[in-house]
Write a protein that binds this ligand. Structure first.
Ligand SMILES: Nc1nc2c(ncn2[C@@H]2O[C@H](COP(=O)(O)OP(=O)(O)OP(=O)(O)O)[C@@H](O)[C@H]2O)c(=O)[nH]1
Ligand SMILES: [Mg+2]
Length: 303
């Protein structure tokens, strides 16, 4: 991997980008629509890490990013955390620590709350990723807590989805039921130093053998990884490289662009719809549904 200076931010640029991310995470749908379009830059390679709470996403991302930076690759990390509105102050402290913690100039990390979003993301996440991309990182990493809808959102926003599952939990069964395994390009059995990891790998591998991804010509690898012992990290990096090559050969830039634009428009419309519905009073709901439907549609048209 060539050494690059792209995405290496000085203190001022870091502060500015952090501020821009916070601004976008709070911005209304209208203000995002009014804002100047983000300048077009060559897109960064985007990787998403998703999975149930506590499965080991941040630990793994931290380790991988450290390895990538050592290879001369610059990485921007956006973590979405489902912070409760009551712990805003403490969480903000964590966020600042998170960026300082890495200490490597090639790594920029930021976390934002998913508190106001409906799909487990944060508001304007697509715009935040573009704002990060404008700083020319070689790679962008998005960490999201799996809540069912989040996996589908992450699929639209990144090139490669890594799904984490940990041994000896019912998560695998839940994931199967929710169709979540379908979105994964790579499955990682995290904490593979723990008892039950081989069994978990076996179950997941036999499931994906019949999965939808096979139909598009990519076989989803199921890897055992332990950040504790370092086992499986080389294999995960190799799988990420292999999937990047597969994406380059099988997806056009126009398809990727269309998928992201579709998510963006849908997100903005759903937020406006939510505003319209919350503005209705209990008395309004006594009106016929057809009338309310027309009123909401008109409301959407006016914004
Ligand atoms: N034994 C073992 N524990 C691990 C490993 N990786 C992470 N953990 C532990 O798992 C716990 C959760 O790790 P996180 O990385 O915070 O998990 P997460 O998925 O980011 O959690 P949320 O963002 O809160 O959903 C921590 O106590 C880690 O120390 C591993 O490889 N082996
Ligand atoms: Mg985390």
């Amino acid at each position: 991997m060539p050494e690059s200076q792209a995405g290496v931010l000085d203190a001022t640029a870091r502060r500015e980008l952090a501020r821009e991310i916070s601004r976008l995470a709070r911005a209304s749908a209208q203000s995002v629509l009014r804002a100047a379009p983000v300048p077009m830059v060559p897109p960064a390679r985007r990787i998403g890490f998703t999975g149930p709470p506590g499965v080991g996403k941040s630990t793994l991302v931290g380790k991988l990013v450290e390895r990538r930076a050592a290879q001369g690759v610059s990485v921007g990390v956006l973590a979405i955390d489902p912070a409760s509105p009551y712990s805003k102050g403490a969480i903000l402290g964590d966020r600042i620590r998170m960026d300082q913690a890495s200490g490597d100039p090639r790594v920029f990390m930021r976390s934002v709350s998913s508190r106001d979003s409906q799909d487990g993301m944060c508001n304007n996440v697509a715009d935040i990723l573009c704002a990060m991309e404008a700083h020319h990182f070689d790679e962008l990493v998005l960490e999201t807590v799996g809540v069912g809808q989040a996996e589908h959102a992450v699929k639209a926003l990144v090139d490669t989805v890594v799904l984490l599952m940990q041994p000896e939990t019912g998560d695998a069964i839940q994931a199967l039921k929710a169709g979540i395994l379908e979105v994964a390009d790579i499955i990682v059995v995290s904490k593979s130093d723990l008892h039950g990891a081989p069994k978990m790998r076996e179950v997941l591998a036999s499931t994906v053998r019949f999965g939808a991804q096979r139909a598009v010509g990519w076989t989803v690898p199921v890897l055992g990884v332990s950040v504790e012992t370092g086992k499986g990290l080389d294999e995960l990096e190799a799988a990420l490289t292999a999937h990047a090559a597969w994406v380059a050969a099988n997806r056009t830039a126009a398809e990727t662009q269309a998928r992201r634009a579709c998510y963006r428009v849908q997100d903005l419309v759903l937020r406006r719809l939510d505003d319209q519905l919350s503005a209705l009073s209990p008395a309004d709901y006594e009106r016929p549904v057809a009338e309310l439907y027309q009123r909401v549609l008109e409301g959407l048209r006016q914004t």
